[in-house]
Design a protein around this ligand. Structure first.
Ligand SMILES: [Mg+2]
Length: 231
C-alpha cells in the first residue's frame, strides 16, 4: 500500500500492539501487585484517599485494609468499572513500567513502520482510548526502549469519541494538517468510518494474531510491512 500524507494518526490496541496485552498482561499484573502495593503505599495521602473511596463503595470500614483489598480483588476479577480500582491499577502500572517489570507491547512490523515513516518526514500521532498518560507509559517503556521522541503528540477520548467524525476534525486542527493529508490506522472499522467521514485517509490493520478480519470497507493490511507513505 502506497499513501501520500503529511501525518499518520495511529491507534494502539490491535494496530501497534496486541489487543490481548491489556487483558493478558496489564490487568493480571495489577491484580497480582494489589496487596503488596496497598501495603507499601497505603499510608501515602494520594493512595489513602483512593483506599478510603474503595472502602466507602464496598461498604467496609476505612481502616479494614484486608477487607478493602478483598473488595478490590473482587472488582478486578469482574472487570468492574469502579473508579478507585481504576485509579489504583493506574498507580500500579506506573510503578511496574518505571521499574521495568512491564514493557509496552509493540509489534516488530509496527516499530519498523514508525521508524520508516518518521525518517521519511511523516509526522506521527497516537489516538487511543487509553489515557494519554497510559499511552506515554507504553511508548516510554516499550520492548524497544523509549520511543516517545518519534511522536508529535498524543490524543485520547478527552478530545472526543473515536467513533465520531468531529473528534478527527479536532485532531486535524490540532495537528495543523488538512484531514485529507492525514492517514488514520486502526483495527476498528467503525473508527475508520468516522475518520473517513472527517476527510482522513483510513487503513485497517486486520491482524490475524488479533483475530481481526478485513471489514471490506477500507484499504486493509495484515501488518505494516509494505505500507509506504510519501510526503
Ligand atoms: Mg484498536
Amino acid at each position: 500500500v502506497r499513501l501520500s500524507a503529511g501525518a499518520a494518526l495511529i491507534d494502539i490496541e490491535g494496530t501497534i500492539g496486541s489487543i490481548a496485552f491489556v487483558r493478558d498482561v496489564l490487568f493480571p499484573y495489577a491484580a497480582k501487585r494489589m496487596e503488596a502495593f496497598v501495603e507499601a503505599h497505603g499510608d501515602e495521602p494520594s493512595v489513602r484517599a483512593v483506599l478510603d473511596e474503595a472502602a466507602h463503595q464496598a461498604g467496609v470500614p476505612a481502616g479494614d485494609r484486608p477487607a478493602i483489598v478483598d473488595a478490590l480483588r473482587s472488582w478486578s476479577g469482574m472487570d468492574a468499572k469502579v473508579t478507585p480500582l481504576k485509579t489504583l491499577q493506574g498507580m500500579i502500572w506506573v510503578e511496574g513500567f518505571n521499574d521495568g517489570e512491564i514493557r509496552g507491547d509493540i509489534y516488530p512490523d509496527a516499530l519498523a513502520a514508525l521508524l520508516r515513516f518518521s525518517r521519511g518526514g511523516v509526522r506521527l500521532y497516537v489516538y487511543s482510548s487509553g489515557s494519554v498518560a497510559a499511552q506515554k507509559l507504553v511508548f516510554g517503556h516499550s520492548v524497544e526502549g523509549d520511543l516517545l521522541h518519534l511522536f508529535g503528540g498524543f490524543f485520547d477520548t478527552t478530545i472526543g469519541s473515536k467513533l465520531e467524525a468531529s473528534s478527527y476534525q479536532r485532531i486535524a486542527a490540532k495537528i495543523g494538517e488538512k484531514p485529507e493529508r492525514i492517514v488514520f490506522f486502526s483495527d476498528n472499522a467503525a473508527e475508520l468510518d468516522a475518520a473517513k467521514l472527517a476527510g482522513m485517509q483510513a487503513v485497517q490493520l486486520a491482524r490475524p494474531s488479533d483475530g481481526v478480519t478485513a471489514a471490506g470497507t477500507h484499504a486493509a493490511v495484515a501488518t505494516f510491512d509494505g505500507v509506504e507513505i510519501e510526503t
